[in-house]
Write a protein that binds this ligand. Structure first.
Ligand code: FE2
Ligand code: FE2
Length: 299
């Protein structure tokens, strides 16, 4: 994945990009196969075989970087750097067009990859008759990936998220790489609750930095709370799938995570062989964006 016009240099020379920004999401699907899918031994065998391909190595390298560099101080610095929203002002539609300047290097025929994923997610939610704000959440949930276009390395944009400032769950993918994180040498950060208190609520917890937190902070004034939880925690698999952060969550988080769990299958499994046609759907989505969002957003 590179920005189409003038590619920004990676923030660090050690950043080895995934060939495709969606590689890590495909990897999540491999980790959490669709529960309702009937077992298909041939396909499953292929999935296992793919697990050991070079694509898997780039995912592994991606997580090595992510786990090594996402320290508590790094997260606070990124929050200071990006949450002043002084980079660009765009209409919601301009933001989608901007996101879609991210193209997939490995597939020159598809340069609407970002749109495809967002529209397939939102259309699957709409087809199931969910409220319109849920549909809108499907449409926008990955808009924060425009961080890549601001020159951020992929390990600081996508991937599973996790709390910083406290002990890492063994349920986080590739937990062994946390040994490379300087925070693992800070005793204060290595108790179960670390700098937080038991059941303090996730709003008091700093999450590893990426597109989830960034977009949540942009959308905070405009969307219903379940939508905000879906956006903010959709990559927090150690909590919404593995339920391994109950000690930090309060009762309200637990209730809201039912929504995060309701959203997750649409994010992971809504890839259809017939991608929705943007031109046909555009009027519906323009109305939906106008219903909830202001005419311009600050990024
Ligand atoms: Fe995402
Ligand atoms: Fe997504």
């Amino acid at each position: 994945m590179t920005p189409k016009p003038t590619p920004s240099p990676p923030a660090e020379s050690t950043d080895r990009p995934l060939a495709n920004l969606e590689d890590w999401e495909q990897f999540v699907v491999t980790r959490y196969p669709y529960a309702d899918r009937p077992a298909d031994p041939a396909k499953d065998k292929d999935a296992y075989r793919n697990y050991d391909t070079p694509a898997r190595d780039t995912v592994r390298e991606f997580y090595r970087q992510n786990h090594a560099h996402q320290t508590y101080d790094f997260v606070l610095a990124k929050e200071r750097e990006f949450l002043s929203f002084d980079r660009r002002t765009m209409t919601p539609w301009e933001a989608f067009d901007y996101l879609n300047t991210l193209v997939d290097d490995s597939d020159p025929d598809i340069d609407l990859a970002q749109w495809d994923h967002l529209l397939q997610t939102s259309e699957a939610i709409r087809a199931d008759g969910h409220p319109d704000w849920f549909v809108l959440t499907g449409l926008i949930h990955d808009l924060g990936k425009i961080l890549c276009l601001f020159g951020e390395p992929q390990w600081a944009v996508v991937g599973d998220t996790f709390p910083v400032g406290c002990r890492y769950s063994e349920k986080i993918v590739y937990p062994e790489f946390f040994a490379l994180n300087p925070d693992s040498q800070v005793p204060e950060y290595q108790t179960p609750c670390g700098i937080y208190s038991q059941h303090c609520g996730l709003d008091n917890v700093h999450m590893s930095w990426g597109h989830d937190e960034y977009l949540y902070q942009i959308m905070k004034p405009y969307l219903p709370e379940p939508a905000l939880y879906m956006i903010r925690y959709h990559s927090f698999y150690a909590a919404h799938r593995e339920r391994d952060y109950d000690h930090l969550m309060n009762d309200h988080d637990q209730a809201m995570f039912d929504w995060v769990r309701a959203f997750n299958p649409y994010d992971l499994y809504s890839k259809s062989p017939q991608p929705p046609r943007l031109s046909e759907l555009r009027p519906y989505y323009e109305d939906l964006l106008a219903k909830y969002l202001p005419s311009t957003l600050r990024f």
